[in-house]
Design a protein around this ligand. Sequence first.
Ligand code: ACO
Length: 321
Amino acid sequence: MSFYIAGTGSALPEKVVTNDDLAKFLDTSDEWIYTRTGIKSRHVLTTERLDDLAIQSAKKALEDAGVEGKDVDLIVCATMRGDTYTPSLACIVGEAIGCNAPAFDLNAACVGVLYCMEVADAFIASGKAKTVLIVSAEAMSKLVDWTDRSTCVLFGDGTGAMVVKAGRGRLAGELSSDPDSHVIRMPNFEGLNSPYNRNEQEKLAIYMDGGEVYKFAVNAMGRNIEEVCRRANLTPADIDWYLPHQANVRIIDASLKKFKIDKSKVLLNIAGCGNMSATSIMVLLDEFAKKGTFRKGDKLLFVAFGGGLTSGAAIVEWNKD
Ligand code: ACO
């Protein structure tokens, strides 16, 4: 017994920052950013709280699925950083929807939602859950150095959610890691005033070797697509819709090239959202689900890579009621 996607939701900050807006305080241009990445604008948090947006996403997904908060058996939230270390974002969402089920956050950077799917699958397969709420929430604007043009132009903020229920849907999943902590790195806060701590505080901002990430991403996405198709006994041509992590259009094109996939099957929203880390594929899923893109029985392939370095893929048949 695995799961199907019963409902989706998303919520983004109101403020939209264009490439031209960034060029007002950075040595960059719309032309440079768009041609290198496919990004035109991104949503950025101003006065909103990330947890409020995550709650909005969760409520929309529950409504879409026709499920009440009290009937959720597990909440798992993909995030690198909630508004508080504790309570976890998953617990904050649980409180808001009236759910007393187990709830925890999971950090696998941009691949977080695929890890959450694996956890949901395991809880459902073991009989511990029938309905799982997966939430994703990222405040990338609070992690980047806004004076570093090589990273801050790439990211956006956002939240998403899906309700999954026991039944036929997820056909296969594949997760892997190629540990290399120097390629993408965001140090943690060292602490306020321990008299014993002798460590120096590293700069609190994302560091990234863009070229190395690019090479890793192209290889990992190709490898994960092949492996997840093999596990589902399918070929890449059998997939109806590709939902790749939205980090860079050139990475997506390069990793899918060898499979000769019709470009109309590859879903994108990077132009208006940038890279929202774990939440990218959730917002993408919700956007195209609400447009009525998916038909019953369609095979959706999710594929992502991120800090760690982590990567993964999943194939889910669209069997929403
Ligand atoms: N505007 C103008 N110039 C810039 C900018 C900018 N915003 N950023 C960097 N540059 C400059 C650099 O300083 C460098 O200049 P130099 O050659 O004088 O030193 C030059 O542009 C680099 O140019 P390219 O090497 O041609 O850039 P490239 O085509 O490699 O694109 C990019 C860089 C977009 C970062 C690319 O390598 C990439 O997308 N990598 C993957 C990044 C990624 O996916 N990150 C997210 C993964 S992690 C996660 O999802 C949480």
